[in-house]
Design a protein around this ligand. Structure first.
Ligand code: PBG
Length: 324
């Protein structure tokens, strides 16, 4: 007697059959493309640890975005490289700095593009911490005022969503109140709700020039072995007024994505961070991994875990592959 063929085997017989019964679909619409905006003109500084990623001046950002739009990528996430840094990170809310300029030019040229900005101070402070830094820790409440100012400056430039990534307590509420108070009720908040103190941010700190000069971020970012706090952070950010919740990083925290998902009734975003990108790039360069199927499998697994949106440096490449 032969063992009966398992029905799932029957449904894997051909690519069209496999495609038809797939439970998860990765689409260009799911992708948010992060960009590093710097001053000057005609500048494209490659980030060594992130092949294919460069710090771009605003004119080059416009070019890169036009390509992304042609691949049906709906959204970008902007990080700034300011012209100066100080203790308080005051360049973060200066109206003439690269991010503010990029927002208004992008929205003018591409009104349908969803422009999202990272709201944090680490790229703007001389000490590289995400807030006002005193006695080896960040000052939570004083930092809130600054973050609200940064969010407001982005809103004035026309941003669609601000994405606070600092992990201060109460920041979503502080930003929501300030935006509403100034007439920006329609500017949304994508909250980095569960953000871990991860080693996977390594390459980003080169890209954004934001490594802390001393100490680390373990007092304000989450401890990797924990998940209960992630659910709590997501719920409290929702209550404070977040429109979209984010988990970060993505690949090493798929369980966190799956856990947070049923607890919230808004879209869930996951940030596939610099280290997730660089490790595939590095292995592909060594011919140890095949880049295209590995990248697609990684991003698909993030959706399968429960993410509605994925922030990824692979966005244009993956969108191109999905179109092929
Ligand atoms: C700023 C910020 C970081 C990342 C996004 N926003 C770095 C950090 O917290 O140290 C990391 C993104 C990436 O690694 O791609 N706070």
């Amino acid at each position: 007697m032969t063992y009966p063929l398992h029905r799932y085997r029957r449904l894997r017989k051909s690519e069209s059959l496999r495609k038809m019964v797939r439970e998860t679909h990765l689409r260009p619409d799911d992708l948010i493309y992060p960009l590093f905006v710097t001053g000057g003109e005609n500048i494209s500084n490659p980030v060594e640890a992130m092949p294919g990623v460069s710090q771009l001046s605003v004119d080059q950002v416009l070019k890169e975005v036009s390509n992304a739009i042609s691949l049906d990528i709906p959204a970008v996430l902007l990080f700034g490289l300011p012209s100066y840094k100080d203790e308080m990170g005051s360049s973060a809310y200066h109206p003439e700095e690269p991010v503010q300029k990029a927002i208004s030019l992008l929205k003018e040229r591409y009104p349908e593009l969803v422009v999202i900005t990272d709201v944090c101070l680490c790229e703007y402070t001389s000490h590289g911490h995400c807030g006002i830094f005193k006695e080896n820790d960040v000052e939570n409440d004083q930092t809130l005022e600054l973050l609200a100012k940064v969010a407001l400056s982005h809103a004035r430039a026309g941003v669609d969503l601000v994405a606070p990534s600092d992990m201060m307590d109460g920041r979503v509420k502080a930003i929501r109140e300030r935006l509403d108070g100034e007439g920006f009720e329609h500017t949304g908040i994508l909250a980095y709700a569960a953000k871990y103190a991860s080693a996977f941010y390594g390459p980003f700190r080169e890209a954004a020039d934001s490594a802390p000069a001393s100490g680390d971020r373990r007092t304000y970012q989450m401890d990797p072995p924990n998940t209960r706090e992630a659910v709590k952070e997501a719920i409290s950010d929702l209550e404070e007024g977040a429109d979209i919740i984010m988990v970060k990083p993505a690949l090493p925290y798929l369980d966190v994505i799956a856990k947070v998902k049923p607890e919230i009734n808004v879209p869930l975003a996951a940030y596939s961070v610099s280290g997730e990108y660089s490790m595939i790039k590095a292995a592909a360069k060594m011919n140890w991994l095949e880049e295209k199927p590995t990248a697609i499998e990684m991003l698909t697994s993030i959706k399968r875990a429960g993410a509605d949106l994925i922030i990824s440096y692979f966005a244009p490449q993956v969108a191109q592959w999905l179109h092929e």
